[in-house]
Design a protein. Structure first.
Length: 101
């Protein structure tokens, strides 16, 4: 892992894992081949089984912003939108990598 990358965390809440897993898989298929998207993961909290995070990692901020501002962004991620939130103030976080090992 090199510095300069971007990590995006999207917070979600769902009562069952199967529905959010299916939505995540559909979104991942739609995003396959997006320039600068290096990968993503669906994470489930070990403490609260209804708490999920989709973590994506991007080559750089320019690649992420180009995708986010594009017309397909909202449609491609629509299957996960009903689960967005998770009881936090903001439903997402965008972080730049400053160091990695």
């Amino acid at each position: 892992m090199t510095s300069g990358g971007v990590r995006v965390l999207l917070f979600h809440t769902a009562d069952g894992v199967e529905n959010i897993r299916q939505a995540y898989e559909l979104v991942s298929q739609r995003l396959a081949g997006v320039p600068g998207l290096l990968g993503n993961e669906l994470l489930q909290s070990a403490d609260d089984r209804t708490d999920f995070v989709v973590l994506s990692w991007w080559q750089d901020m320019d690649a992420f912003l180009a995708w986010e501002r594009g017309q397909e962004h909202r449609n491609d991620t629509a299957p996960l939108r009903p689960y967005r939130g998770g009881g936090r103030g903001a439903p997402f976080g965008i972080y730049q990598v400053l160091a990695a090992h």
